[in-house]
Design a protein. Structure first.
Length: 118
């Protein structure tokens, strides 16, 4: 099983980006999907979570600006980021609890870099 995160890039303050996290392999289903980020010199922090039934939770710093969603048929999670601020600059990682044939395992994607700068 692999998680691949992509969609990062350079964007001006106030701009938008959409990150995607695609899971591939022998997957039965995906439980929670999480997006984390790690800014230079800081600890990794949880940004947003979506459960298998679509319940969402956000860090206070991104509420009202970021939206997490998922497409179960495509084994894909998304993070729509609007009104981006320089402090959103970080490497963003997706993380998911993946149901395999015999167990549930937690996987991390490789990270995608987001830079918010003018």
């Amino acid at each position: 099983v692999q998680l691949q995160a992509f969609g990062g890039g350079l964007v001006q303050p106030g701009g938008s980006l959409r990150l995607s996290c695609v899971a591939s392999g022998s997957i039965v289903s995906i439980n929670a999907i999480n997006w984390y980020r790690q800014a230079p010199g800081k600890q990794r922090e949880l940004v947003a979570t979506i459960t298998s039934v679509g319940s969402t939770n956000y860090a206070d710093s991104v509420k009202g600006r970021f939206t997490i969603s998922r497409d179960n048929a495509k084994n894909t999670g998304y993070l729509q980021m609007n009104s981006l601020k320089p402090e959103d600059t970080a490497v963003y990682y997706c993380n998911a609890d993946v149901r395999l044939l015999w167990e549930v395992r937690n996987y991390w994607g490789q990270g995608t870099e987001v830079t918010v700068s003018s």
